[in-house]
Unconditional design. Structure first.
Length: 343
């Protein structure tokens, strides 16, 4: 994930090390608060971003509470949303701490505190893991919907809330270990904690992981459209199942679209940073300010908007009044009920 403090840094390279000049106006020997002269963002951007983050944290906590209270977590799709809400909260907390506390005061921390290699590695892992995990959780959410629409019977048999939780935990651990290994290598190549601030170092790990998730989202959509087109002339239970629960499908589509759009600014920034690390000047430095301010707003809106997407589409899918289900000897009726419970 890119960060704004690299925008106006003047760096000199010596023996593979990067030295940052604290006289460039973006570093201060005292603690920097939002809207102060030394703060790297415009005051309006900082205040708006903090408000969006606060609303997003409260909204996601409300979604988690609502799902637990209504026991919606017993359904696979809702459990996927619950997992996404948890990672959204982590992303908002980490992003706010990173952009409004750590990076604006990085020189202050370096001057007053000693950064060990372990501390540098821990900061990098805590910074990158929640966001990259959330990217893959969005991909898993789209995959669940893809399987539900194209192979509903496989979805009933193989996709359960327990699998969703296990998959999310394993993904978080694996991405954390990947960041850990990468950070250990970078500590040996660059002075700690400066490497955290160099965008190309983040880009080398963020671009592949986020790129894979974005490609997968597009692939699932195109594959689903293709399969449904082939099945468009097929009538019966399968075609009925694929048309059920349109509200949840709208939720997933909206989440995926907003996620893709929100990743574009930072993704472009990371890609450009990688190219410029090979002495390829793509654009002037002032463009970084523009794209990073846009990226901050897009990033926060992505993780803060999901609770309102649930409610507008609406979250109360599990609250719909259902008449008592009568037992039927027909296998189709049994499968219909089972499908509803799993979904």
């Amino acid at each position: 994930m890119a960060n704004s403090s690299v925008v106006n840094e003047t760096t000199t390279e010596s023996n593979g090390m990067y030295d940052y000049d604290p006289e460039d106006g973006y570093y201060s020997s005292s603690f920097v608060l939002p809207c102060s002269n030394e703060f790297p963002y415009h005051c309006s951007v900082a205040i708006s971003a903090l408000c969006i983050a606060l609303v997003g944290i409260i909204g996601n906590l409300t979604v988690i509470g609502s799902m637990i209270r209504e026991r919606l977590y017993k359904k696979t799709s809702h459990m996927s949303i619950l997992v996404l809400a948890v990672t959204d909260i982590l992303c908002l907390l980490v992003f706010s701490a990173r952009e409004f506390i750590y990076f604006p005061n990085e020189f202050y921390f370096k001057k007053n505190y000693t950064f060990s290699g372990a501390a540098c590695v821990a900061i990098f892992v805590l910074n990158n893991t929640p966001d990259l995990s959330s990217c893959w959780n969005v991909m898993y959410l789209a995959y669940e919907r893809y399987v539900l629409v194209t192979n509903p019977f496989i979805y009933m048999d193989k996709h359960t809330p327990t699998i969703v939780v296990i998959r999310a935990v394993v993904t978080f651990i694996m991405i954390g270990l990947l960041n850990l290994g990468y950070a250990v290598i970078m500590v040996n190549l660059s002075r700690c904690p400066d490497f955290i601030l160099i965008p190309v170092y983040c880009g080398f790990i963020n671009v592949p992981i986020i790129g894979i998730s974005l490609f997968s989202l597009v692939f699932f959509h195109c594959s689903k459209v293709y399969k449904l087109k082939k099945l468009s002339n097929v009538e019966g239970r399968h075609s009925q199942y694929t048309k059920q629960y349109p509200h949840m499908t709208q939720i997933v589509y909206t989440i995926v679209i907003i996620f893709i759009l929100s990743q574009i600014p930072y993704f472009i920034f990371d890609v450009v940073s990688i190219f410029e690390s090979f002495d390829n000047n793509i654009w002037p430095m002032e463009y970084y300010d523009v794209i990073l301010n846009i990226g901050i707003a897009a990033f926060l809106l992505n993780y803060s908007s999901n609770p309102f997407i649930y409610w507008l589409t609406p979250l109360g899918l599990g609250k719909c009044k259902r008449g008592p289900l009568k037992r039927s000897r027909e296998a189709s009726s049994f499968n219909q009920t089972k499908f509803s419970d799993v979904q």
